[in-house]
Design a protein around this ligand. Structure first.
Ligand code: ATP
Ligand code: MG
Length: 207
C-alpha cells in the first residue's frame, strides 16, 4: 500500500526491509517489549522515522484539498479502514516553502482488507467505502477529479511493480495459492478490476 501511494505521488516515509536479529531482545528489561522483539525475528517492514513530525488531527490548518481528495480516493480504493478522525495515521512534517501542512501517510496495516478472505475477494471488487469518519472528510472535496486523475494510473503494470517488491516469504503458504507469484497475480487482478469500476465504490460527492 505504501509503495502504491508513493507511485501515485503521495508522501510516504521510505520503506525498507529489515532482517531483525532476536538476540537484541536479550538486553530488553521490559517483558512486553521483549515479546514484541522476539515476535519480530526475521524479515520486517521498516519505515523511515520523521523527526519532529506531528500526528495530524482534524481541525488543524486545512490541508491542500486536492491532495486530501487523492488520499481519500486511495483509501477508498484500497479499503483502508484506519484513517479516521480517531486515528488518522497521517503525520504533518514541516517542509520549507509550504504554508499548508504537508501530509505524510503511515501505518497501512488495515488497508487491502480483501486479502483476509480471498474466497470472497471477488465480491468486494465494487464494494463501496464508508467515508463518514475519514480524517480528511470535508464536503467540498472533489472526488471525481481525484478519480479521473488516479484511476487510469493504477495499471496492471504499476500494480505488478508494487507487488513485485513484496518478499516471497510473506506470500508463501497463503491458503488457496500454490506460489507467491499466484498471490501477487491475485492482488494485481483484484486491484486492476477495482480501478476499472470506481463508479461503483466512489460516491459522486462527499457524503
Ligand atoms: N515514520 C514515523 N515517523 C515519526 N513518527 C511516527 C512514524 N510512524 C509512526 N509514528 C508515531 O507513532 C504512532 C503510532 O504509529 P502507527 O500508527 O504506525 O502504529 P499503531 O500500531 O497504529 O499505533 P497506535 O495504535 O498508537 O495508533 C503514530 O501516531 C506517530 O505518532
Ligand atoms: Mg496507527
Amino acid at each position: 500500500m505504501g509503495e502504491l501511494a508513493r507511485h501515485l505521488g503521495l508522501r510516504v516515509p521510505e520503506l525498507v526491509l529489515v532482517d531483525f536479529d532476536p538476540s537484541v531482545a536479550a538486553g530488553e528489561p521490559h517483558q512486553e517489549v521483549q515479546d514484541l522483539l522476539r515476535a519480530s525475528t526475521g524479515l520486517n517492514l521498516g519505515m523511515d522515522y520523521l523527526p519532529g513530525a506531528a500526528d495530524f488531527a482534524p481541525g488543524a490548518p486545512d490541508p491542500d484539498p486536492v491532495e486530501s481528495a487523492r488520499i481519500l480516493w486511495l483509501d477508498a480504493f484500497t479499503a483502508n479502514v484506519d484513517r479516521t478522525v480517531h486515528s488518522s495515521n497521517l503525520m504533518t512534517w514541516p517542509t520549507s516553502g509550504h504554508h499548508e501542512p504537508r501530509l505524510w501517510l503511515i501505518d497501512h496495516g488495515a488497508s487491502l482488507v480483501f486479502h483476509h478472505r480471498w474466497e470472497s475477494a471477488a465480491d468486494a471488487v465494487g464494494k463501496a467505502y464508508d467515508f463518514r469518519f475519514h480524517a480528511l472528510g470535508s464536503p467540498d472535496l472533489d472526488l471525481a477529479a481525484a478519480d479521473a486523475e488516479l484511476a487510469p494510473r493504477v495499471t496492471p503494470r504499476l500494480l505488478r511493480r508494487v507487488v513485485g517488491a513484496v518478499p516471497d516469504t510473506w506470500l508463501a503458504d497463503e491458503p488457496g495459492f500454490g506460489t507467491p507469484d499466484e498471490v501477487r497475480e491475485a492482488y494485481v487482478n483484484h486491484l486492476a478490476a477495482r480501478a476499472q469500476v470506481s463508479a461503483q465504490w466512489l460516491p459522486k460527492e462527499m457524503p
